[in-house]
Design a protein around this ligand. Structure first.
Ligand code: FES
Length: 243
């Protein structure tokens, strides 16, 4: 097996960013430190052409998300996200529960998300200052948990379970009905900013599959008609709220 680690295979295969693999061509790689090609051409694995002739390798879609961190624009506003009232509440009711301030990190992130619907970058910086943490620690924590939204989402969140019990019981028809009704795909938000649709893993209610969360309400034994009715209720202000 070729000994050159790669992120984009010599053989034409695409490997997920950051994942290190080895070319499957089984041809020898140039020795380490070998002089560059005098014409400046990058070294190409001799197995590349035969591999390409077989057509591209198929890999399942990867969930990796890459961000252009060098050029990323961070939105800031003058008014702080972590308000004086929030700091006061954290100081009085949350901090005393923990030996170190770090313990209040998750509740602080929750507080921001409940107030604004997501956790802006500026809010993470403010939390870092308030708790005496490194901004990187706050960002690491917030980005570790899928439940924290690091980009704006719709006012109402529809989360459909796609794990095995719900899959067997017809989650796909539920998702499709919502997609058709709202005109969006999974992971998207309606143009009016009212609804975001996502799919989640098991919600722990397999006995009443298929299930979905509409904001914080668990909807069980769902049919497509019921989820559409729930959406109409949310629009009419009769259901949903607070996520
Ligand atoms: S698989 Fe859907 S709730 Fe468990």
């Amino acid at each position: 097996m070729c000994s050159i680690p790669f992120s984009q295979g010599h053989d034409g295969s695409i490997i997920a960013p950051f994942k290190i693999g080895f070319c499957t061509c089984r041809k020898a790689a140039p020795p380490l430190g070998a002089p560059a090609d005098p014409a400046g051409a990058p070294w190409a694995c001799p197995g590349a052409e035969p591999r390409r002739a077989q057509g591209p390798l198929r890999f399942p879609p990867m969930a990796w998300i890459t961000k252009p961190s060098a050029t990323m624009k961070i939105e800031r506003r003058d008014e702080p996200y972590l308000t004086a009232a929030m700091k006061d509440e954290l100081t009085r009711t949350v901090l005393p529960r923990y030996e170190v301030k770090h313990g209040a990190l998750l509740p602080a992130l929750h507080m921001i998300q409940h107030e604004y619907g997501w956790v802006p970058h500026q809010a993470m910086m403010e939390i870092a200052v308030f708790l005496g943490l490194k901004p990187a620690d706050v960002i690491d924590t917030a980005s570790f948990y899928e439940e924290y939204w690091l980009r704006p989402k719709g006012k109402h969140l529809i989360s459909i379970c796609r794990s095995i019990a719900c899959e067997f019981c017809g989650h796909e028809a539920i998702t499709q009905a919502v997609k058709d009704e709202l005109g969006i795909d999974v992971g998207e938000t309606t143009d009016d900013g009212l609804f975001t649709l996502i799919e989640l893993e098991c919600l722990g209610s397999c006995g009443t599959a298929p299930v979905a969360l509409v904001d914080e309400t668990l909807c069980e034994n769902l049919t497509p008609e019921q989820i559409l009715q729930r959406i109409r209720d949310v629009r009419a202000g009769k259901a949903g709220g607070h996520h």
